[in-house]
Unconditional design. Sequence first.
Length: 127
Amino acid sequence: TWVDNAATSLLAALDALPGVGSRAFVVSNGEPRTVNELIARITAAAGVDWSPRTVPARAAIAGGAAAEAVWERSRRDGEPPMTAFGAEQLSTAHWFDQRETRSALDWAPEVSLANGWVRLAASFGEG
């Protein structure tokens, strides 16, 4: 979400205290997008030419599983550069139900993704 939305949700949470204390809330725009689209929009706003290379999700997940197996067999520390989980997450649009957040905090995002992309492009132009 945009910082404006994060800030207004925090202010709404403060206003809703103590009734919402110790609860966790999802704060997002409620507009699902793939990671690929988010990267494409950010790079476009920055004026960066970006040409993604795509791999079918099943192939990427299988490749991630293979990388995990090789990594484990070679006894390397840390995580492999790609995992099956990572590939699956990168190929999935994520959306989190924020009905409880909107209801409990009496809040809704003020900046849409479309408006946010315009603002982001303008901020890159200022720098």
